[in-house]
Design a protein around this ligand. Structure first.
Ligand SMILES: Cc1ncc(COP(=O)(O)O)c(C=O)c1O
Length: 397
C-alpha cells in the first residue's frame, strides 16, 4: 500500500512539533521553559466562555449553515468596516481556525503547478498547505535591513507567468514586523498589475504595540486590490481562543461562494458552540482582551531588553504579534559541550537539551541564523527563560 505523493511530502508543523516535544519532556518531569508555542497562556475571557455555556444550555448544538451563522458573519463584516473594509456578511466564511481559512483560500485559487509567492521568514504552514493543494511555493528572501518586509523589487524577481498569488502576513510571525500603508501600496500595485491574488493573513492584527501604529489591511487600499485579496483572520491569538478553532476569510463574493462550497464538502460548519463564543468575542465586552494586549506589551518590552543585554545576541523590537526574532549568527561556528553549532537548529538543540529552553530555529521559517522566542507565556517563565539563555551565552562564548 502506498500513500499519495502529496501525503508523503507533508511534514508535521515544525512549531507544533517542537512545542509538543517540550510539553512531553515537561510531563516527564524535565524542567523546560517553553518559548516555542504560538499560544497565549491566558484563559479565554469569561464572557466568551459564558456565551458558549449559554449556547449549550439553549441546545444550540445542531448543524449551522456551512459558511457560519449569519450573525457571526455580520459581526465580522462590521468589525472589518471599522478598518475601512466594506464586506457584506455574504462575503465572509467562518472556518476552523485561520489555518483552515488559508487552506480553503488556497484550494479555491490554485491549479496544479501554480506558483504562490511566500516571503521568508514565513509562518511554516504556508509551505505545506501550498503543497497540499498542488501549488508550488516560491520563496522570496527579504532583507534584515528592511525588517524582513518584502518589497516590490523582491516580488518582481520572483514573478513568473505561472504566479497565481502571494501571501503577506502583517503583523508578522516570526518577526513581529508591521507593514506600513506605503509598503502595502507597493505590494498592492504589483498584485494589481500582474493580475494575481493576495492572501493577507491578518491573524495578529489586534496585537499591535503602539498607539501610533495602526493595522492596515492591504484590501483597504482600493477596489482593484480588494477584489483580488482574500483577507484571513482568526480569534485564536488575540482572544486566547486557540482551542475553539475560529477563523474566517473575507473576499470577493464569487470567491466566498467557492470557499463555502469547498468547506461544505469537507468540514461543513465549524462547531456551533464555538460560533456562539466567537460572536460574543467580537460583539461583547473586550476588557479582558485589552488587558492581555497590555500584558503582551509589558512582556515584549522585558524580553527584548533582556536579550539585547546579552552579548552576541540581537533582535529588532517587534511591533506586533508575540514573538521575538533573535539573531544568533555570532554564536555559530563555535563548539558547546562538544557540539559544533553549525546553524540555528544546533543552537535550539543545545538550549533545549542542556538549558531547558524550547525555542524554534529559524530554518522552520525559511531563513538561517535566528531563533524565535514566543513571549505568549507567563512572566515567571520569561524571566527564567531569559536567565537560562544568558547563562548559555555567558558560559560558552
Ligand atoms: C501567521 C499565522 N497564521 C495563521 C495561524 C493559524 O492560527 P489558527 O489556525 O489557530 O487560527 C497562525 C498560528 O500560529 C499563525 O502564526
Amino acid at each position: 500500500m502506498k500513500l499519495s505523493a502529496m501525503a508523503s511530502g507533508i511534514r508535521p508543523s515544525s512549531t507544533l512539533s517542537i512545542s509538543a516535544e517540550a510539553n512531553r519532556r515537561k510531563a516527564e518531569g524535565v524542567d523546560i521553559i517553553n518559548f516555542s508555542a504560538g499560544e497565549p497562556d491566558f484563559n479565554t475571557p469569561e464572557n466568551i466562555k459564558e456565551a458558549a455555556i449559554r449556547a449549550i444550555n439553549d441546545n444550540f448544538t445542531k448543524y449551522t449553515p456551512y459558511e457560519g451563522i449569519y450573525e457571526l458573519r455580520k459581526a465580522v463584516a462590521e468589525e472589518l468596516k471599522t478598518e475601512g473594509l466594506e464586506y457584506a456578511p455574504e462575503d465572509i466564511v467562518i472556518s476552523n481556525g485561520s489555518k483552515h481559512a488559508i487552506k480553503n483560500a488556497l484550494s479555491a485559487i490554485t491549479d496544479p503547478g501554480d506558483e504562490i509567492i511566500v516571503p521568508a521568514p514565513y509562518w511554516n504552514s504556508y509551505i505545506d498547505i501550498i503543497n497540499m493543494v498542488y501549488g508550488v511555493p516560491v520563496i522570496v528572501q527579504t532583507r534584515k535591513q528592511n525588517i524582513f518586509k518584502v518589497t516590490r523589487a523582491e516580488l518582481e524577481k520572483a514573478y513568473t507567468p505561472k504566479t497565481k498569488a502571494l501571501i503577506i502576513n502583517s503583523p508578522n510571525n516570526p518577526t513581529g514586523a508591521v507593514y506600513s500603508e506605503a509598503e502595502l501600496k507597493e505590494i498592492a500595485d504589483f498584485a494589481v498589475e500582474k493580475d494575481i491574488f493576495v492572501i493577507s493573513d491578518e491573524i495578529y492584527k489586534r496585537l499591535i504595540y503602539s498607539r501610533h501604529l495602526k493595522h492596515i489591511s492591504i484590501a483597504s487600499l482600493g477596489e482593484d486590490i480588494k477584489k483580488r485579496t482574500i483577507v484571513v483572520d482568526g480569534l485564536s491569538k488575540s482572544f486566547s481562543m486557540t482551542g475553539w478553532r475560529v477563523g474566517y476569510t473575507a473576499s470577493d463574493r464569487e470567491l466566498a461562494k467557492a470557499i463555502a462550497n469547498i468547506q461544505s464538502n469537507s468540514t461543513s460548519n465549524i462547531n456551533s458552540v464555538a460560533q456562539a463564543a466567537a460572536l460574543e468575542a467580537l460583539t461583547g465586552d473586550k476588557g479582558e482582551m485589552i488587558n492581555m494586549l497590555k500584558e503582551f506589551q509589558h512582556r515584549r518590552d522585558f524580553i527584548a531588553q533582556r536579550i539585547s543585554d546579552i552579548p552576541l545576541l540581537s533582535s529588532i523590537l517587534p511591533k506586533g504579534a508575540f514573538y521575538l526574532f533573535v539573531d544568533v549568527s555570532k554564536l555559530l561556528g563555535n563548539s558547546v559541550r562538544g557540539t559544533l553549532l553549525n546553524d540555528s537548529r544546533d543552537v535550539a538543540d543545545v538550549l533545549m537539551n542542556s538549558y531547558g529552553v524550547a525555542v524554534v530555529p529559524s530554518d522552520a521559517f525559511g531563513v538561517k541564523n535566528y531563533i524565535r522566542i514566543s513571549y505568549a507565556t507567563s512572566m515567571r517563565d520569561i524571566v527564567e527563560g531569559a536567565n537560562r539563555i544568558e547563562k548559555f551565552v555567558k558560559q560558552n562564548f
